[in-house]
Design a protein around this ligand. Structure first.
Ligand code: G3H
Ligand code: 13P
Ligand code: ZN
Length: 308
């Protein structure tokens, strides 16, 4: 299967009430870990690249890593997506560079400015058969270029108008998730009535959930046992994510949990093998830890195993 856009993946996910996992990639070990999990689970997968990842690894390097993964095994559907594209220019460069999907994140702009920017990207992308995700509402916390102290939940009527006026193909919504490891101080809570209203007003339309890591406590503890200081981190319970997948959420974004798995593994390895300094010695188990984490997500959170 060649690299593809997410249209068919999302149509099947919507109908089957499961989600496709969108996992952030930053280097070779992460690409390999995610791809081997997707192949093992026979699941569609989205590899997403943030502006920060693009700056760290370089757009060409990441595309070539993805191409290499497909050259080794192309048995599952794979999309390459720009995560939180901050500008028209970056979306254009990714589209021109072979990405099959881009996100334009105008969530920090005024409603009308967000519409204008999203529409500009949609016009360019659709002429080239590339999928566009947009965002309406604000997630609390810090994103690469967007920082908000408070959640601004997505207004359901505005969501309908936004989709109509921009022509965006999928929409990221704010219902209480946030980026990073510190999502809740007290009890975890998502606004499911709001999600259901949005979903009912946009029947058949794929919604996207950002900030959807669960921050498994065993990985936080593993980090901390081996010298880390990851205190008070709390994520989205897995049953809430499965519930969202049954309410029109077709794409669930996970980055933090991959970071935790990778870092916990490296911390443990280096503590237990202080004499080691060959990067391959600690990056091999770290890559395996990414694979295990992603396979768990695919099977138990997305529900997309066997859907390739
Ligand atoms: O939405 C944020 C993702 O976790 C990407 O994070 O901008 O640090 O690469 P990043
Ligand atoms: P987490 O920080 O919860 O993993 O969210 C990642 C994300 O939304 C990437 O766009
Ligand atoms: Zn995000």
């Amino acid at each position: 299967m060649p690299l593809m856009g997410p249209r068919e993946m999302f149509a099947a996910a919507y109908a089957g009430r499961y989600a496709v996992g969108a996992f952030n990639v930053n280097n070779m070990e992460i690409v390999q870990g995610i791809m081997s999990a997707a192949v093992q689970e026979k699941s569609p997968v989205i590899l997403q690249v943030s502006a920060g990842a693009r700056k760290y690894a370089g757009q060409t390097y990441i595309m070539k890593l993805v191409e290499a993964a497909l050259a080794e095994d192309d048995s599952v559907p794979v999309a390459v997506h720009l995560d939180h594209g901050p500008s028209f220019e970056m979306c254009r460069d990714c589209i021109d560079g072979g990405f099959t999907s881009v996100m334009i994140d105008g969530s920090h702009l005024s409603y009308e400015e967000n519409i204008a920017l999203t529409k500009q990207v949609v016009d360019y992308a659709h002429e080239r058969n590339v999928w566009v995700e947009a965002e309406l509402g604000k997630l609390a916390g810090v994103e690469e270029h967007v920082s908000s102290a408070e959640h601004v939940y997505t207004d359901p009527d505005q969501a309908v108008e936004f989709v109509e006026r921009t022509g965006c193909d999928s929409l990221a919504i704010a219902i209480g998730t946030s980026h990073g490891a510190y999502k809740f101080k007290g009890e975890a809570k998502l606004d499911f009535p709001r999600l259901e209203t949005i979903s009912n007003k946009l029947p058949g339309y794929p919604l996207v959930l950002h900030g959807a890591s669960s921050v498994p406590q065993e990985f936080v503890e593993l980090c901390n046992t081996y010298g880390g200081q990851v205190g008070g981190a709390r994520g989205i319970p897995e049953d809430m994510l499965r519930q969202a997948a049954g309410l029109g959420v077709c794409k669930i974004n996970v980055d933090t949990d991959i970071r935790l798995a990778l870092t916990a593994s490296i911390r443990q390895y280096l503590t237990e093998h202080p004499e080691q300094f060959d990067p391959r010695s600690y990056l091999s188990p770290a890559r395996e830890a990414v694979k295990k984490m992603v396979a768990h997500k695919i099977r138990n959170v997305m529900g997309s195993s066997g859907k390739a």
